[in-house]
Design a protein around this ligand. Structure first.
Ligand SMILES: *Cc1c(COP(=O)(O)O)cnc(C)c1O
Length: 484
C-alpha cells in the first residue's frame, strides 16, 4: 500500500491546455445547432486538464489506497465477505446471456427464463423450501419482501397483526425491515448460551404477533439448536418463522431451513453464491417460501407450459412487483455458475470449511482475547476487548492497529450484546497461511497492548491516512474542492 507520498487532488495536478488525447483539427464546419436545447455546457470552470499518464497514474494510485478482497482478507463478521471465482464474472458477462433486452418478448428470452427457473429450483433444493422469487435486489430487500408476504397472509385472514419478535442477536436490518412493513418490533433477550430463550419466546408469542425473525446461525455465530421447538411455539399461535439466511455458507449442503420448519427466508446470492458483497451492489436477495405463502409471491412468476417459459402476472393474491424487469440477472448467473460448479458435495465442503476456518481462529485466539459466550460456533466468532481494556486499549485501537499489519479490521461493537465486540468471519476462501497471518497479527497486537498501549491508541502509523477524528469526519465532511 502506498503510504509515502501525498496524492494530490486531480485539480491540483491540472495545468491549462493539457489533454489525454490529441485529435486532428476539424476540417469541416463546426455545427452545434443539432444538439441545441440539450443544455450543452460551454465550459466547465476549473475542469482538470491532465495528460493520459497523469490521469492513469492518479486513479491507479487512488485505487491502491483501497483495501479489496483481491488484496487481502476481510475478517468482517455478520456479513460474508469472501473471495469469489473470476470465472463466474466472465460467465455473467457473456453477451449471449446478458445482451437480451429487458423488454424482449418472452419467446425471445427463453434461455434466460430457463436459467432463472433452474436457479429457483436449485435454491428450493438447497433451502428445503417450496418456491422462490428471485426479484429482491439485496438481503434487506428480501427481508422486506418476506415480511410483506407474511403481512399479506395475515391480512387475507382478517388481521395483519401488530408485532414482530426479533432476538437481540439478530442482524440489524431485521428490525428495520419489520418496521418498514408496518410492524412494531419486540426484542427477545438472548440467554447465557447466546440463543433465544424458549421461556421468553413463549411469553411474548401471542396472537398479536405476526412473525419471529431469526438469524440462524445468529450474529454470535451460534446455531439456534432449538429452532424446531421455536417454530412450534410460533406456529401454535398462528405466527410465521422468518429466517435470515444471508450467510448460508454456514449451513448449505449440511442442513436446510425448510427442514427446520422455517416458513420464509431470504438468501444473499451476493455473499454466499459468488458475487462480492460490499461496494454498493449489485446484489440479489431471493426469497424462499413454504407452500402456504406461495400465492403472495411477487409477480411475475416464471412458469412453464408445453416446454415454453412464460411470466405469469395473473396472481390475484400477489403482493405485486418488488423490482423492475427480471431482478439482478447477472448476479443470478454467477450464483447458478457457482452452484453448478461446486455441486452438492462442493457446497457441503464450502460450509464445512467456513465453519472450520472460524473455529481455527477461535481456538487460536481463545484466552488471548475474551470470549463472552463459550457455546460452539459455526461460521463466525465474537471476541471482545475485555482483557486489553485493562491496559486502556479498546476494540477500536486493536482494529486501527490491524491496518498497520496490512489487514482489514473485523466488525466492531456489534452485536450489541457483547461489549467491545470484535466479530470475525473468515469465510471458506481463506488459506491456512492467511488465517495464520491474521492470528499472528492479533497476538502481536495483544503483546503491544501490554507493552506499549500508546502505540495502539495512536494507530494506525503507516497507512496513507492516520487516525481520523471520526465524529468530526461524520459531522463535518470535506466534500468539495474549494481550490485552496
Ligand atoms: C448482509 C446481511 C443482511 C443484509 O443484506 P444486504 O444485501 O446488505 O441488504 C441481512 N442479514 C444478514 C445476517 C447479513 O449478513
Amino acid at each position: 500500500m502506498i503510504n509515502v507520498i501525498r496524492e494530490p487532488l486531480i485539480f491540483e495536478i491540472s495545468s491549462p491546455g493539457k489533454s489525454g488525447v490529441r485529435l486532428p483539427a476539424l476540417d469541416v464546419p463546426e455545427r452545434l445547432e443539432a444538439v441545441e436545447g440539450l443544455s450543452l455546457r460551454e465550459d466547465i470552470e476549473g475542469f482538470p486538464e491532465v495528460s493520459e499518464t497523469e490521469i492513469t497514474r492518479h486513479f491507479t494510485r487512488l485505487s491502491q489506497m483501497n483495501y479489496c478482497v483481491d488484496f487481502g482478507f476481510y475478517p468482517l463478521g455478520s456479513c460474508t465477505m469472501k473471495y469469489n471465482p473470476k470465472l463466474n464474472e466472465k460467465i455473467a458477462g457473456m453477451s449471449s446471456l446478458v445482451g437480451v433486452h429487458p423488454l424482449a418478448p418472452e419467446k425471445l428470452a427463453q434461455g434466460n427464463l430457463e436459467l432463472m427457473k433452474i436457479l429457483e429450483n436449485l435454491l428450493c433444493e438447497i433451502t428445503g423450501m417450496d418456491a422462490v422469487s428471485l426479484q429482491p435486489a439485496a438481503g434487506a430487500h428480501g427481508e422486506l419482501t418476506g415480511m410483506m408476504l407474511i403481512r399479506a397472509y395475515h391480512q387475507a385472514h382478517g388481521n395483519p397483526r401488530k408485532y414482530v419478535l426479533i432476538p437481540d442477536s439478530a442482524h440489524g436490518t431485521n428490525p428495520s425491515s419489520a418496521h418498514i412493513c408496518g410492524y412494531v418490533v419486540k426484542e427477545i433477550k438472548s440467554n447465557d448460551r447466546g440463543t433465544i430463550s424458549l421461556e421468553d419466546l413463549a411469553r411474548e408469542m401471542t396472537e398479536e404477533v405476526a412473525a419471529l425473525m431469526v438469524t440462524n446461525p445468529n450474529t454470535l455465530g451460534v446455531f439456534e439448536s432449538d429452532i424446531c421447538q421455536i417454530a412450534e411455539i410460533v406456529h401454535a399461535r398462528g405466527g410465521f418463522v422468518y429466517m435470515d439466511g444471508a450467510n448460508l455458507n454456514a449451513l448449505a449442503g449440511v442442513t436446510r431451513p425448510g427442514d427446520m420448519k422455517v416458513d420464509v427466508l431470504h438468501l444473499n446470492l451476493h455473499k454466499t453464491f459468488s458475487t462480492p458483497h460490499g461496494g454498493g451492489g449489485p446484489g440479489s436477495g431471493p426469497v424462499a417460501v413454504k407452500k402456504i405463502l406461495e400465492p403472495y409471491l411477487p409477480v411475475p412468476v416464471i412458469e412453464e407450459k408445453d416446454g415454453q417459459y412464460y411470466l405469469n402476472y395473473n396472481r390475484p393474491q400477489s403482493i405485486g412487483r418488488v423490482k423492475s424487469f427480471y431482478g439482478q440477472f447477472q448476479v443470478m448467473l454467477k450464483a447458478l455458475a457457482y452452484i453448478l460448479a461446486l455441486g452438492p458435495a462442493g457446497l457441503r465442503e464450502m460450509t464445512e470449511t467456513a465453519v472450520l476456518n472460524s473455529n481455527y481462529i477461535r481456538k487460536s485466539l481463545e484466552g488471548i482475547y475474551h470470549l463472552k459466550y463459550d457455546s460452539p460456533t459455526l461460521h463466525e466468532c465474537v471476541f471482545s476487548d475485555k482483557f486489553q481494556k485493562d491496559f486502556g486499549v479498546s476494540n477500536l485501537d486493536i482494529s486501527k492497529r490491524l491496518l498497520d499489519y496490512g489487514l482489514h479490521p473485523p466488525t466492531m461493537s456489534f452485536p450489541l450484546i457483547v461489549h467491545g465486540a470484535l466479530m470475525i468471519e473468515p469465510t471458506e476462501t481463506e488459506s491456512r497461511r492467511d488465517l495464520d497471518l491474521f492470528i499472528e497479527a492479533m497476538k502481536a497486537i495483544d503483546r503491544e497492548a501490554r507493552e506499549n498501549p500508546e502505540l495502539l491508541r495512536t494507530a494506525p502509523h503507516i497507512t496513507y491516512v492516520r487516525r481520523l477524528d471520526e465524529v468530526q469526519a461524520a459531522r463535518n465532511p470535506v466534500l468539495r474542492w474549494e481550490g485552496k
